[in-house]
Design a protein around this ligand. Structure first.
Ligand code: CA
Length: 228
């Protein structure tokens, strides 16, 4: 008993020191894990997509939203590399629906492309996604993308390839900026979701730090599907 009594304060100190050390190590490990894992932004609710162009089954359990700009080269490149994989892996199977929201970071040309796209969505929704793709296909290569190209004339030229689109109606809509309210609605969402760059990609309520990280998009979708 006396020996035990004599040792116990020392033992206690050792145990407390060990506990504190382990707690500190655990904290450091957890913290570094958190900061390594991602800087993705989480929002309490996902962006509302009513009135936006939607590709896929409207009842799909997971929603991927792109905040994009027809004038933006990275959006063109996202559309050519990541989007087809997403369509193939999740949209065609009905697990994901995809919506596109206009961002007007490039001034007049962004506005022209967005007004045209919103107008096509209204008058010929069945042609929307093909028109959307054609518009991006007409974006010049990176070296020239800063030059003026996204004009009313270009939009009409692209639209003329589609028998479903009433080109005269589109011309009139562009001149009168008929769909300006849709652009304002999109801009409110851009502000609400703190979009800083295009494309910005959201999987349900999570905005990816790197929109080109398809593995991450994949794992977020799978996680959301598991939760259903
Ligand atoms: Ca819109």
């Amino acid at each position: 008993m006396s020996i035990k009594k004599k040792n116990s304060p020392f033992k206690g100190v050792v145990i407390i020191t060990l506990v504190i050390t382990f707690a500190l190590i655990a904290l450091v490990v957890l913290n570094s894990k958190e900061s390594n894992s991602s800087n993705d932004l989480s929002f309490e609710k996902q962006p509302p997509i009513e009135g936006q162009p939607i590709l896929g089954d409207v009842n799909a359990p997971v929603t991927v939203v792109e905040f994009g700009d027809f004038k933006c080269p990275a959006c063109k490149s996202w559309g050519e590399t990541i989007f087809p994989q997403l369509i193939n892996d999740y949209i065609e199977s009905g697990e994901v629906k995809f919506a596109y929201i206009n961002v007007l970071f490039h001034g007049e040309e962004s506005k022209t492309g967005s007004l045209a796209a919103e107008s096509v969505l209204k008058q010929a929704p069945q042609a929307y996604w093909e028109f959307h793709k054609e518009l991006f296909d007409h974006q010049p290569s990176r070296a020239d993308h800063d030059n003026l190209w996204l004009t009313n004339e270009k939009v009409i030229e692209v639209a003329s390839q589609f028998p479903e689109i009433d080109v005269n109606q589109l011309k009139e809509n562009l001149e009168k900026e008929t769909e300006i309210a849709e652009l304002e609605k999109d801009t409110r969402l851009v502000n609400e979701y703190q979009v800083q760059l295009t494309p910005s990609i959201m999987v349900n309520g999570t905005m990816l730090e790197d929109p080109f990280d398809y593995e991450k998009i994949n794992s977020l979708i799978e996680k959301e599907l598991e939760g259903k």
